[in-house]
Write a protein that binds this ligand. Structure first.
Ligand SMILES: NC(=O)c1ccc[n+]([C@@H]2O[C@H](COP(=O)([O-])OP(=O)(O)OC[C@H]3O[C@@H](n4cnc5c(N)ncnc54)[C@H](OP(=O)(O)O)[C@@H]3O)[C@@H](O)[C@H]2O)c1
Length: 350
């Protein structure tokens, strides 16, 4: 299986090192030639969970442009979400006639690429493997997680199993027959735990006690859950039960809910969900907004979060717990404004 790993950051670096160490032949693509030269010199070194790996002679790394005339049976896409969206069409041209693109980003990337690329070229992926990059070439594996692969419409396939066997020589890979459900189940946590962490500039354990934080968390989660159900996702337990106890379209806080929140907090620490990165919000909360609007599900809270993160990205505001209440207020104002219509005022005044 001629394999190219695109993006040698935290996740791509750990996966590449473990595959190469296991004797899996894979080539690596960096953004540019300078990054490729740095990696050729440094090699790859992984520490942490799963044991140390050192790949000192790295001969198969080059800038992505260098691979453009080549064809691959498997392209594992390990860039951030926005870069994945930007380069996916070009990568589609680099696939062999039966080749597949395997994106492993969180959020709506697999679904959106499936819609954008010719039919059948995308095999959906997710990573429960946690990794950080200390510096280029030096990585730490943070947990004993696995990659999840499967068809974007659900169900099993020979190609998902081939990819599992191939990549499974270096990292743990599981085949899911319910990728839409898995993707949405993880997305629920990413759009609440991860993004709100990025807004507050704190871990969830720290931000959850800030004013209005729990309220915003619940509303964000509830909205995303409503969109997932409207999209027909069969949600499944990923890190926690996707349904807060007693959930019937709206969270009811009671003792069981407190216990569920405790599990969410624990999962947020174990899975490195905590320090969210603002850059991926468009494909996480933004994806919830896009799907919710198409399905007629209210998404004012996720839309307000996207606006807040855009302001942070533009440099107009700094991550801070006070942004949580401001975001909730913005969402509530949007709901009030959408409930206001000239007709409603006229009928109220007559
Ligand atoms: N890390 C985790 O524990 C983890 C867990 C689950 C899911 N994920 C998801 O997996 C994705 C990757 O995460 P990450 O933490 O590995 O990110 P990362 O450390 O930023 O790595 C991404 C790498 O892709 C490179 N890249 C960007 N554009 C490229 C291009 N056009 N061609 C080749 N390489 C390119 C980046 O290079 P530059 O430095 O030049 O930008 C960077 O080295 C994200 O969507 C993340 O949400 C990560």
């Amino acid at each position: 299986m001629r394999t190219l790993i695109v993006g040698v950051g935290a996740l791509g670096g750990v996966i590449a090192a473990r595959l190469l160490e296991a004797g899996v032949v894979a080539e690596l693509a960096t953004r540019d030639a300078a990054a490729a030269r740095r990696l050729t010199q440094s090699g790859l070194r992984v520490s942490g969970v799963g044991g140390e790996v050192v790949v000192s002679r790295l001969t198969t790394v080059a800038a992505l442009d260098e691979y453009r005339r080549r064809q691959f049976d498997l392209i594992l896409l390990a860039t951030k979400a926005h870069d994945a969206m930007a380069i996916a069409s070009d990568l589609g041209e680099m696939l062999s006639p039966t080749g597949v693109l395997l994106p492993i980003q969180n959020g709506g990337v697999s679904h959106l690429l499936h819609e954008r690329l010719p039919h059948g070229r995308v095999l959906a992926g997710l990573s429960n493997l946690g990794a950080t990059m200390v510096s280029p070439g030096i990585y730490e594996q943070r947990n004993a997680g696995h990659l999840l692969v499967g068809e974007i419409d659900g169900g099993g396939s020979d190609r998902a199993e081939s990819v599992q066997r191939w990549l499974g020589r270096g990292v743990e890979v599981k085949v899911s027959h319910n990728m839409p459900g898995a993707i949405w189940s993880k997305l629920l946590l990413n759009c609440s735990v991860t993004t709100l962490g990025a807004v507050a500039g704190l871990t969830m354990r720290e931000y959850v006690t800030a004013p209005h934080a729990l309220d915003l968390f619940e509303r964000t989660y509830d909205e995303a859950l409503s969109v997932a159900l409207a999209a027909g996702a069969r949600l499944e337990r990923m890190l926690v039960d996707p349904f807060p106890p007693g959930w019937e379209g709206r969270t009811i806080r009671d003792g069981a809910y407190e216990e569920w929140m405790r599990e969410v907090l624990e999962a947020s620490m174990l899975q490195d969900l905590e320090r969210g990165r603002p850059t991926e919000v468009e494909l996480i909360n933004g994806y919830v907004v896009q799907r919710g609007q198409a399905l007629g599900v209210p998404v004012a809270v996720n839309a307000a979060i996207v606006e807040t993160v855009r302001a942070i990205t533009r440099g107009d505001s700094e991550p801070s717990p006070s942004l949580l209440s401001a975001t909730l207020a913005r969402a509530q104002a949007a709901v009030r404004a959408s409930a206001w219509t000239p007709g409603s005022v006229r009928s109220g005044s007559t």
